[in-house]
Design a protein around this ligand. Structure first.
Ligand code: NHR
Ligand code: GAR
Length: 219
């Protein structure tokens, strides 16, 4: 199998990065993570990458007076690696139109909600406040409009009556770690592409399952 080169952008912990690296180790990613770039020097995911001998870089947004200048420096740091794919994994800076267009069709994000519900920040709090019974995560192609890009894959989890932000976030995160490597693999295999603003996925899809919440043990 041919593999593609990918760069991962992070801001913090890097658990999605770790899940992608684990999939790569298992021969299940179809992509080689050649670089990891953070906008925060203290991002813990940088250590994860460095410990594995992966090149890391920091483009600290606080050093730039304007967003466009940060975006340009970030693009320059990415393009050192000439990646086929750029993966936002817990990356916390909104990216401008020029940046997004430069990587159009090869820039992915994972967002911790079932988009188009709860774009932006603080998604788990907002899901709890709204009282939804299903919440989850979404992998999408990035477009200039925040969290509005074409959806590739979603995972739904139940919201339980006694959830708090932490328990709900953990339930969602476990699914993030499953669906992000899948989406990257599809892209790497050439089975996933953005076609005139629509997602095309070459795969047989099943329509025979549903997650129903609340699910209770009485029949
Ligand atoms: N950029 C574009 N153009 N489109 C998207 O869909 C993007 C994006 C950049 C990041 C991730 C996103 C998420 O999944 C993402 C998607 C940051 C913020 C934010 O408000 C919101 C959503 C996302 C990422 N950031 C603040 C800002 O002023 C800073 C917050 C901080 O630094 O902690 O950039 O949720
Ligand atoms: C993840 O839940 C990710 O979906 C979310 O931040 C967390 C990062 O965790 N992303 C965003 O909110 C993007 N604005 P990680 O660093 O452990 O992967």
């Amino acid at each position: 199998m041919t593999t593609i080169d990918a760069v991962v952008l992070i801001s913090g912990r890097g658990s999605n990065l770790a899940a992608l690296l684990a999939a790569a180790d298992a021969g299940e990613l179809g992509a080689r993570i050649v670089g990891v770039i953070a906008n925060r020097p203290g991002a813990a995911g940088l250590q994860t990458a460095a410990a594995r001998g992966i090149a890391t870089d920091v483009v600290d947004h606080r050093r730039f007076a304007e967003r466009a200048l940060f975006d340009a420096a970030l693009a320059e740091a990415i393009d050192v690696f000439a990646p086929r794919l750029v993966i936002l994994a817990g990356f916390m800076r909104i990216l401008g139109e020029a940046f997004v267009e430069h990587y159009q069709g090869r820039l992915l994000n994972i967002h911790p909600s079932l988009l188009p519900a709860f774009p932006g920040l603080d998604t788990h709090r907002r899901a709890l406040d709204a009282g939804v019974r299903l919440h989850g995560c979404t992998v999408h192609f990035v477009t200039p409009t925040l969290d509005h890009g074409p959806v590739i894959i979603q995972a739904a989890v139940p919201v339980l009556d006694d959830d708090d932000e932490a328990t709900l976030a953990a339930r969602v995160l476990a699914q993030e770690h499953r669906i992000y490597p899948l989406a990257v693999r599809w892209f790497a295999e050439g089975r996933l592409r953005l076609d005139d603003g629509r997602v095309r996925l070459a795969a047989t899809q099943r329509g025979d399952s549903a997650l129903i919440a609340p699910a209770i043990d009485e029949r």
